[in-house]
Design a protein around this ligand. Structure first.
Ligand SMILES: Cc1ncc(COP(=O)(O)O)c(C=O)c1O
Length: 437
């Protein structure tokens, strides 16, 4: 066939060959054009993405590319090492310094030896291992409820559980500053979603008065400590409201577990409210528990229902053995060493007190939380302050619009039991000097 075509080609005159080649090239161009149109029309990036991407990929005053997605070396703890530069690190959620702990690492390594790096199947099928049950019963006992269920991600836990439990005809009310994973789960559920003003139980009450009767189920979602502002909800008021309106109450303890309460048991201990008053305790394994994953803890009935029906649990792989073992070891250390929590409380209080004394604006943050926002105003100003602090050996990242409202940009300081008093004093000193500059 090919030689036949070659034969025909050789019979053509020079002019005919030139025209044929031109036609072939035109057709090739047309095909290329068509392919690229097909690709472009298959997916259109949102128009605002171009600006967002440019900002993240540009360094210096024009962007924030030098502040985010930087490559860190080593364990995310007291010090950060970036491009060989060492700084006191206020950007880690390693609240009790358990990521990097020898016993946690040893437990993860031992689990790899016994069960491998992955269970390679849903727990329903062949992925169930003794370490899963050990972790879940330890979590339930620690939190003070019947049972717990471990998922492979914290974000996915909220998305899956909320999206699964609620549906059309139901009502979800979440705090207006709730984490993106809760918002996404609520959107996917098909329920009516109404955010209520931040930390305002009265506003929640009035929405329920107007809307509860029309809904089949109602779910209220709050956080134990809010990650942008470092403040804490009024749990007794929320429990009273949820009981009166026959609603479920879910608390996301990502930033409160291991942090607030005398021995780090989270919001129920902090507020002196029995843990069984809350229907769904959600938490992540990636912060205090030095691992990766999420959990739901609550009544036996609720946990069994999720174990048998939550799609992100049933149709997803079981938690990797080293991750389950690391979280379990971290929980055991937390139980044995409440002094870690006491040190974290002391460091958080010292930071709050020094910052306030220096005239810095910590917004509505509670001195008991390990998150201290320093309110700055414009996003550019927060980025400038972050760069100036890094030059003085202090790492704290800015957060601006759209994560927080316009003109409410801030630098967030995440404290850890690994910080020394000296770390806190020198950081606040540098912060005060640079804020005044
Ligand atoms: C309040 C809150 N919930 C859920 C998550 C998701 O947890 P993970 O990062 O472990 O997926 C985060 C993460 O930062 C969070 O801050």
């Amino acid at each position: 066939m090919l030689s036949e075509k070659a034969g025909l080609f050789s019979n053509l005159s020079a002019e005919e060959k030139r025209r044929l080649l031109e036609r072939m090239l035109r057709e090739k161009d047309k095909k290329r054009e068509k392919d690229s149109t097909t690709l472009e029309s298959a997916f259109e990036f949102p128009p605002e993405y171009a600006g967002y991407r440019k900002k993240l990929e540009t360094t210096g005053e024009e962007g924030v590319g030098d502040l985010f997605y930087r490559s860190f070396e080593g364990v995310n703890t007291r010090h950060a090492l970036i491009d060989g530069v060492k700084a006191i690190n206020f950007c880690s959620y390693n609240y009790l310094d358990l990521s990097g702990d020898e016993r946690v690492g040893a437990a993860a390594k031992a689990a790899i030896e016994t069960d491998g790096t992955s269970v390679s199947a849903s727990r329903l099928v062949s992925g169930e291992r003794p370490v899963h049950a050990a972790l879940e019963s330890a979590l339930a006992r620690w939190i003070g409820v019947d049972a717990a269920l471990a998922f492979v991600g914290g974000y996915g836990t909220n998305e899956d559980v909320i999206g699964h439990l609620m549906g059309a005809g139901d009502l979800i009310l979440y705090d207006s500053l709730i984490h993106a994973s809760v918002q996404q789960g609520a959107r996917l559920s098909g329920a009516t979603v109404i955010p209520f003003p931040h930390n305002n139980p009265q506003a929640l009450e009035s929405i329920l008065q107007r809307r509860r009767a029309q809904a089949r189920h109602a779910l209220i979602v709050v956080e134990g400590v809010y990650s942008m502002d470092g403040d804490i909800p009024d749990l007794p008021a929320l429990v009273e409201i949820k009981q009166r309106h026959q609603a479920l109450l879910m608390v996301d303890e990502a930033h409160s577990m291991g942090v607030i309460g005398a021995t780090g048991k989270g919001l129920s201990q902090y507020a002196g409210v029995p843990p069984r008053s809350v229907d769904l305790w959600m938490g992540t394994l990636s912060k205090t528990f030095a691992s990766c994953g999420g959990y739901i803890a609550g009544s036996q009935d609720m946990v069994s229902y999720l174990r048998h029906t939550a799609p992100g649990f049933v149709f997803s792989v079981g938690l990797a053995p080293p991750l389950a073992a690391a979280a379990l070891a971290a929980l055991q250390i937390l139980e044995e060493q409440p002094q870690r929590v006491a040190v974290l409380h002391a460091r958080a209080l010292l930071f709050h007190t020094l910052a306030r004394t220096a005239g810095l604006d910590v917004g509505v943050a509670s001195p008991e939380s390990a998150i201290v926002p320093i309110m700055v105003g414009e996003s550019e100003k927060a980025a400038r302050l972050s760069r100036a602090l890094l030059k003085k050996g202090v790492l704290a990242l800015p957060i601006g619009f759209p994560a927080v409202p316009e003109n409410k940009a801030r630098l967030r300081f995440f404290l850890s039991s690994a910080h020394t008093e000296e770390d806190i004093r020198s950081a606040v000193k540098a912060l005060a000097a640079e804020s005044a500059a």
